[in-house]
Design a protein around this ligand. Structure first.
Ligand code: HEC
Ligand code: HEC
Length: 242
């Protein structure tokens, strides 16, 4: 091959290699374990998550096993949490299952366990970006799994706002309907995205815990947005219950 033709050949190979990588990431449905930066146990210790995504017939099932007692907790004592997404209908159905059974597949119906926490408190728009603590000494995340996480987070952002509901047959409190809990945060910068008609659902008082975490970690508002002093005070007052 002439040198010029060879150069063109290798340039054409790059998008193909990227496409193959994207496909390999997409097809890997194995569970992925990490220490959560946001979720803590009642005593303030690290919560360990194992997440997997399974797809079938246009549905996407996100399965999370969660341990409040270290990364090697017996599976029967973990929390088994599910979100089934129907991207065409724009819905996210939440469920909690008995953990001793194996991981479910999309469309399967199983008897639900009562919600251990009200899911809507942290999931107003459906799925959440996964934010691991890569420095946790007890669970290492490989480079391959970091790529998978990045691909999943792109997918999660691409869903946009989903209608978050308790799956049929669930029991326990999914969301609070109390008037106080439903009051909304009105900081202009946040409203750009978190408002009716925006890409995320409005933020309410019941979302206080997760608002506090994401703002204090500098995750919200996302770059390049910044808060004015006045907005900082407004958000602080809101999370303090005023
Ligand atoms: C206190 C906040 C909080 C509550 C309550 C909560 N979650 Fe989550 N959930 C999170 C966070 C944060 C993540 C992202 C993982 C991470 O970074 O640790 C997540 C991730 C998930 C995932 C993985 C897919 C995704 O959205 O990233 C599933 C499945 C899930 N949660 C199900 C549930 C279910 C079902 C309930 C109710 C029984 C629930 N969650 C209640 C905070 C919460
Ligand atoms: C440019 C758009 C944008 C702005 C501005 C923004 N957010 Fe977000 N926010 C997002 C997106 C997208 C997500 C979901 C993906 C993620 O977790 O990064 C999110 C997630 C959240 C969540 C988790 C609940 C959810 O909707 O999934 C909270 C809480 C939150 N943001 C708080 C805030 C606060 C408080 C502000 C203002 C200080 C703010 N955000 C500003 C785009 C934005």
């Amino acid at each position: 091959m002439a040198p010029r033709a060879r150069r063109i050949g290798s340039l054409a190979a790059l998008p193909l290699a990227l496409l193959a990588l994207a496909m390999a990431l997409e097809l890997d449905e194995r569970p992925l374990a990490f220490a959560s930066r946001e979720s803590k146990t009642r005593a303030g210790a690290t919560v360990y998550n194992e997440v997997r995504r399974r797809r079938s017939g246009g549905r996407e099932l996100w399965v999370m096993r969660q341990s409040h007692d270290g990364p090697t907790l017996d599976r029967a004592r973990q929390d088994l949490l599910l979100i089934e997404v129907d991207p065409d209908r724009g819905t996210a159905d939440f469920a909690q299952l008995r953990p001793s059974e194996g991981d479910p597949v999309p469309g399967e119906t199983r008897e639900a366990a009562p919600f251990r926490a009200s899911c809507f408190r942290c999931h107003p728009s459906g799925l959440r970006a996964l934010r691991p603590d890569f420095d946790d000494p007890r669970v290492q995340v490989s480079t391959w799994d970091r790529l998978r996480l990045a691909a999943w987070n792109l997918r999660i952002k691409a869903y946009g706002r989903l209608r978050a509901e308790a799956a049929a047959g669930s029991n326990g409190v999914f969301r609070s309907e109390r008037r106080f809990d439903r009051e909304t945060l009105k900081a202009e910068t946040c409203l750009r995205c978190h408002s009716e008609g925006g890409p995320r659902a409005p933020l309410e008082r019941q979302h206080t815990e997760t608002i506090r975490h994401l703002v204090s970690e500098g995750e919200m508002p996302p770059f390049p947005f910044a808060l004015s002093d006045e907005e900082n005070v407004k958000i602080q007052d809101f999370v303090d219950g005023f």
